[in-house]
Design a protein around this ligand. Structure first.
Ligand code: SAM
Ligand code: CA
Length: 249
């Protein structure tokens, strides 16, 4: 039987996750702020900083990955020596720029989004950073582009990294394609897999409508990834949760 002493900290953690006002699952604003101010902002590329400030003026600025996640992706891609990547869900391009800055000069990112206007909102900063030539942006739903890629055998296993940060209802559909497109030893990253902490909430906990709408899809994805024998995974509590999947076969 669980004692009250054991229950209390869990309840407190649940409460504090709901109360904090930032894009991290850490338990206090102060701790997150400490990470940003000590390790992230001082090292942030000046164009990423400019893009972050510009995106702050966009009415949907909360869609962008936070700076600590951009820093993580940038370091990860350098460690992997990634050269050929796909991004599904670009918005104003913060994760895209963090990726483009990590790739070698002849690196390539196939960047997919239904909305070109948001990409163009951030594009002047990406151009200023001198990395726009690495980006092949295609406007439209991502799925037909992935299917088109798969009609060419040369694209199978051709990508080092695929970052998925778009419509949660399609993540499992993307996974079926991404697993064929990424090389053995390469990575797929799924963003928002902790979904504002809601994945661990009991069903009676009220959720904002936008969280409720996709919670089932995120839960289903997390379960499917954990059962997929073709990948090794690691779910990290950076940003809103990112699950890294390394293709093994
Ligand atoms: N990674 C971005 C960043 O760091 O700023 C944030 C991406 S935002 C959370 C999600 C994006 O997915 C939106 O820009 C939206 O237009 C795009 N999107 C939604 N459905 C899509 C689809 N079916 N195909 C491609 N992009 C889609
Ligand atoms: Ca995201």
């Amino acid at each position: 039987m669980t004692s009250i002493e054991e229950e209390e900290p869990k309840t407190q953690a649940l409460r504090s996750h709901k109360q904090v006002n930032h894009k991290s699952l850490l338990q206090s604003d102060a701790l997150y702020q400490y990470i940003l101010e000590t390790s992230v902002y001082p090292k942030e590329h000046e164009c990423l900083k400019e893009l972050r400030h510009l995106t702050g003026k966009h009415p949907w600025s909360l869609l962008s990955v936070p700076a600590d996640e951009g820093q993580f992706l940038n370091l990860l891609l350098k460690l992997m020596n990634a050269k050929n990547t796909i991004e599904i869900g670009v918005f104003t391009g913060y994760s895209l720029l963090a990726t483009a800055l990590a790739l070698p000069d002849d690196g390539k990112i196939l960047a997919l989004d239904v909305n070109r206007a948001d990409y163009e909102f951030g594009l002047p900063v990406i151009e200023k950073a001198g990395v726009a030539h690495k980006i092949d942006f295609r406007e439209g739903p991502a799925l037909p582009v992935l299917d088109q890629l798969l009609t060419d055998e040369n694209n199978k296993g051709a990508f080092d990294f695929i970052f998925v940060d778009a419509d949660k209802e399609n993540y499992l559909t993307y996974h079926k394609r991404a697993i064929e497109l990424v090389k053995v030893g390469g990575l797929i990253g799924y963003d928002n897999t902790l979904w504002n902490g809601s994945v661990a909430d009991p069903p009676e906990v009220p959720q904002p409508d936008y969280i409720k709408k996709c919670l089932g899809f995120v839960l289903e994805l997390n379960k499917a990834l954990s059962l997929d024998s073709r990948i090794e995974i690691c779910q990290l509590p950076i940003g809103d949760g990112i699950t890294l999947c390394r293709r093994t076969i």
